[in-house]
Design a protein around this ligand. Structure first.
Ligand SMILES: Cc1cc2nc3c(=O)[nH]c(=O)nc-3n(C[C@H](O)[C@H](O)[C@H](O)COP(=O)(O)OP(=O)(O)OC[C@H]3O[C@@H](n4cnc5c(N)ncnc54)[C@H](O)[C@@H]3O)c2cc1C
Length: 332
């Protein structure tokens, strides 16, 4: 058993920021990360441009300078690697947390490394900063797991001259459609909404809309998907059944946090919003000494929390843990 004071699960921007704030209060938190630093950003589309300007993505007061108005994925990866290096926060990469349980007021954190080694840590405080990008929302239709169907878009080149159906109508869907059209794919977007989503970034929508108006991208509204086969996507549009040929399908319908660990620890999840109960002043959940940081705090609407605001959770958590320690409050 390895003894730790604070364990943070996840080395995304918000896990990193939490670790740095705790370090500044004199703690030596340990981050366990299933892949490597900023793993979600690594899995973004290769040429993704952020919607935030670089200073809004900064953590731990390390400056993020970009010559562009909005930085690109690669610059952010460089930035967060630099933050990890310079802050010297303790990160154990390629170590997945598999279970967290409470025993006599301490938390037992079980993990497994990529090489199959299992570790058990005991910690007084555990911070969940596990994000949402690992869990795509599902269409829940037959054929969703076929090999030509994906919930992630990386690059457009392989889809040149192919019939590509994108399901969804928010930023990820619209961004992918624009890139795919540029690379010569025949793109159809099937969206359940009756008009363009209000969440599509205002500088992206005119580009997309002009491609639709010029017949370069087919956009269908009010669509619900019924089934995917190796050749076609079957759908219902306002009660009319139809199908379309698809060599590849991208189901870009969002992502959701994994709340299983929290629920197992007794954290209350609000049924309507899907949000875990959290004290907004400390980011502590209703389970003593269990904290959440970053987009895991969002419910079904993960457009509410992102790096821009989730990065501030770390300071609240560090203040709360420092106050508890000062007050001599010992868990249990
Ligand atoms: C295409 C795209 C563009 C975006 N653009 C912006 C933008 O411009 N501005 C903005 O503010 N936000 C943006 N976002 C949202 C932003 O990426 C997320 O809000 C952000 O990553 C949340 O940070 P986080 O630290 O909470 O979680 P993540 O960055 O998701 O980090 C969670 C980490 O936890 C690790 N992890 C998960 N489970 C385990 C486990 N069991 N054990 C160990 N490690 C685990 C993961 O590997 C990951 O590294 C964008 C999102 C997408 C998809």
């Amino acid at each position: 058993m390895i003894k730790e004071e604070v364990i943070i699960i996840g080395a995304g921007p918000c896990g990193l920021s939490t670790a740095i704030e705790l370090q500044r209060k004199g703690f030596e938190p340990l981050i366990l990360e299933k892949n490597n630093v900023a793993n979600s950003i690594f899995h973004y589309p290769t040429h993704q441009t952020f919607f935030s300007s670089s200073e809004k993505l900064e953590v731990g007061d390390f400056p993020f300078i970009s010559e562009r108005q909005k930085p690109q994925r690669n610059e952010a990866l460089t930035y967060y690697r630099m933050v990890a290096e310079r802050s010297k926060v303790r990160i154990q990469s390629y170590e997945t947390v598999t279970n967290v349980s409470e025993v006599n007021g301490e938390y037992l954190v079980h993990s497994e490394t990529d090489k199959g080694k299992e570790n058990i840590y005991s910690a007084k405080y555990v911070v969940f900063a596990t994000g949402y990008y690992g869990q795509p929302n599902e269409l829940d239709v037959e054929g969703e797991n076929l090999p030509h169907v994906s919930h992630y878009f990386k690059e457009a080149h392989p889809f040149f001259n192919q019939d590509v159906v994108i399901v969804g109508g928010k930023n990820s869907a619209v961004d992918a459609a624009i890139e795919l059209e540029k690379a010569g794919a025949n793109v159809t977007v099937l969206y359940r909404g009756s008009e363009y989503s209000k969440s599509v970034k205002p500088w992206i929508l005119p580009v997309f809309d002009s491609l639709v108006k010029n017949g370069k991208i087919s956009m269908l509204f009010d669509v619900s998907i019924e089934k995917i086969t190796t050749e076609n996507v079957f759908y219902d549009q306002n009660g009319v059944k139809a199908d379309i040929h698809a060599d590849f399908v991208f189901a870009m319908i969002g992502y959701h946090p994994n709340k299983t660990f929290l629920m197992d620890l007794g954290v209350t999840i609000d049924e309507e919003s899907g949000r875990p109960y959290v004290n907004p002043d400390t980011m502590e959940t209703n389970t003593n000494n269990i904290y959440i940081s970053g987009v895991i705090a969002a419910g079904y609407n993960n457009n509410e929390i992102f790096i821009e605001n989730g990065r501030y959770h770390g300071k609240l958590i560090a203040d709360s843990i420092a106050n508890k320690q000062e007050a001599g409050e010992v868990n249990g």
